[in-house]
Design a binder for this molecule. Structure first.
Ligand SMILES: NC(=O)c1ccc[n+]([C@@H]2O[C@H](COP(=O)([O-])OP(=O)(O)OC[C@H]3O[C@@H](n4cnc5c(N)ncnc54)[C@H](O)[C@@H]3O)[C@@H](O)[C@H]2O)c1
Ligand SMILES: O=C(O)C[C@H](O)C(=O)O
Ligand SMILES: [Mn+2]
Length: 546
């Protein structure tokens, strides 16, 4: 490798931290300033620079510069300030960066860009992006449904980059073993189709067999190149996400974050809320508002939990209601998705079924005890709806989960106020504490980022052959007991400031489940040891090149 190749490789470059011996051996002398800095010093100086930036988008751009030049410094910094940097490198600022991706484009960030117009180059593209690295984790998106902001075509690649950053900062996944991938199958975003700066394929989304064949080619090529890879799917559209998951989930280690990750975190949040209210899950009535990929995924997870707790499937099903664009979902509706169908109701259950075409009408007919929003529709949990719900249940559980911030169904502060402090709240993005009538309420963050890093680390640590429902359930239950639920104003989920710590708890629970089920290929039978063995720490190693 030439000196410049070393300095330009973010996995090798240490900047001013190259030792005197390394500078001599690899002919770096004179290419960097004379002072030698430790990683500690670099981290502290860089943190000050981040702090000096005015906006979160500027902070993000600066941090990306570090990411693109020195991965260890980046992760040292991020892992020391997880709660502070998450909203900058991840949701919600990531939404801004995606909306401006093509115009701000500077660096491919080691992602693989796979074009449906050039399927023959797929294998080569993946190999080029991996550049000889042993890839064990891929986050792939086709960006049809980025957060709640819709279709962003190739610009959505940043969600894959951002999700992977959280895997490393939160759980200690080795960043040299990960690969972000975007499947560029076109876009239906007219703004991008018309834009002269858009960097992706400027045609409508390819659908049908050609799309599914391309996805399958990606899966098979990936399996051939990286046989043990953990394949994480992110922000696919409603008509494809569940189909793809169902097709591959029993054949390889595969995970849909919006369906499964969100299901786990919401179940964990509900279990946390019930710990506070001292109520039982079997006594709840659940209303999903926005029954798309996430809404239906969450509903299925809560339903499975009820069945696990001993209810029959029919009994359990009677606790669930879904409201989408058309209002309460009924079984005579031929536009229902396969995931909505099991939870659609009979019109005969209601005297005024034809009037239940809005959330307000549905809430007043059903009196839910749990209301979860994944609708992408801001401010739809109105004061009137929330007060109506609160009038019929002692401790309403209300989770407005749509991202980014501007799309949330309600603000935590309003929900606490409207429920007179009785609401048990979690939001999709971080929310400040709310002080109301002398009590300080901590708001849990109901974001799949609290779960997928530990889930992935645990699955990879166990070398599990698949990621199954038992492991998913173990992940949801592992967060119980971390929050002191007896404290007034306690949050329903543990705080992001403790993400690194509880990601290990999640990872160990998941690895244990795989080992106990006999689907782990790791040698040790000890899940703590298995997780410890693959955990990566951001520290410089002595440079050793051939
Ligand atoms: N907090 C989290 O961890 C998390 C995880 C996944 C998704 N989400 C958020 O959930 C939202 C939905 O994501 P998704 O992947 O499920 O998208 P999706 O497109 O699959 O689902 C959205 C659903 O909302 C419905 N909808 C649209 N307008 C509506 C209206 N006026 N009333 C009722 N329903 C309406 C759509 O028909 C669709 O079924 C996004 O904002 C996303 O950011 C949050
Ligand atoms: O990306 C997030 O913040 C969570 C979730 O996956 C989403 O799509 O909103
Ligand atoms: Mn998502």
């Amino acid at each position: 490798m030439t000196p410049n190749e070393i300095l330009n490789d973010p996995f090798l470059n240490k900047g001013t931290a190259f030792t005197e011996a390394e500078r001599k051996q690899y002919h770096l002398t004179g290419l960097i300033p004379a002072q030698i800095r430790s990683l500690r010093e670099q981290t502290d100086f860089t943190y000050k620079q981040v702090e000096s930036k005015d906006s979160n988008l500027e902070k993000r751009l600066f941090l990306m510069e570090i990411f693109n030049t020195n991965r260890i410094l980046y992760y040292k910094l991020f892992s020391e300030h997880v709660a502070e940097f998450m909203p900058i490198v991840y949701d919600p600022t990531i939404a801004d960066s995606i909306e401006h991706y093509s115009s701000l484009y500077m660096n491919p960030e080691n992602a693989a860009f796979l074009s449906i117009d050039d399927p023959d180059s797929m294998k080569e593209s993946l190999k080029n992006a991996a550049n000889g690295r042993d890839i064990q984790l891929i986050v792939v998106t086709d960006a049809e449904g980025i957060l709640g902001i819709g279709d962003w075509g190739t610009d959505g690649v940043d969600i894959a980059v951002g999700k992977l950053m959280v895997y490393t900062a939160a759980a200690g996944v080795d960043p040299s073993k990960v690969l972000p991938v975007v499947l560029d199958v076109g876009t239906n975003n007219q703004k991008l189709l018309d834009s002269p700066v858009y960097l992706g394929n400027q045609h409508k989304r390819v659908r049908g067999d050609q799309y599914f064949d391309f996805v399958d080619q990606f899966v098979q090529t990936t399996k051939g190149l990286f046989p043990d890879v953990y394949l994480h799917w992110e922000d696919f559209g409603r008509s494809n996400a569940a189909k793809i998951l169902n097709k591959y989930k029993d054949k390889m280690v595969t995970f849909n974050d919006d369906i499964q990750g969100t299901g786990i975190i919401v179940l964990a949040g509900i279990l946390g809320a019930l710990q506070i209210s001292k109520q039982k899950l079997a006594d709840q009535r659940y209303l999903s508002f926005g029954a798309g990929t996430a809404g239906a995924g969450i509903t299925k997870r809560i339903f499975d939990e009820m069945v696990e707790q001993g209810l029959s499937e029919d009994e359990a099903r009677s606790h669930f209601y879904m409201v989408d664009k058309q209002g309460l979902l009924f079984d005579d509706d031929d536009t229902l998705t396969p995931e909505q169908k099991p939870f659609a109701r009979k019109r005969s259950e209601f005297a005024n079924a034809d009037k239940l075409t809005s959330l307000a009408a549905a809430v007043s007919a059903i009196h839910p005890t749990i209301l979860v929003g994944t609708s992408t529709q801001p401010d739809t949990f109105t004061e009137a709806i929330v007060k109506d719900m609160a009038a019929h249940t002692e401790r309403p559980i209300i989770f407005p989960l749509s991202n980014p911030t501007v799309l949330a169904e309600a603000k935590a502060e309003d929900l606490i106020k409207w429920t007179d402090g009785k609401g048990l709240i979690a939001t999709g993005i971080p929310a400040d504490d709310v002080t109301y009538k002398g009590v300080t309420y901590q708001i849990g963050q109901g974001n799949n980022a609290l779960i997928y890093p530990g889930l992935g680390l645990g699955t990879m640590a166990a070398k599990a052959t698949v990621l199954n429902d038992e492991m998913i359930s173990a992940a949801a239950h592992s967060l119980g007991g971390i929050v002191d639920s007896s404290k007034p104003g306690a949050a329903v989920l543990p705080p992001v400031t403790r993400l690194a710590e509880f990601s290990q708890t999640v990872a160990q629970a998941v690895a244990k489940s795989a080992i106990d089920q006999g689907i782990a290929r790791v040698e040790t039978k000890n899940p703590v040891e298995a997780v410890e063995n693959i955990k990566w720490e951001p520290e410089y190693q002595t440079l050793r090149l051939k």
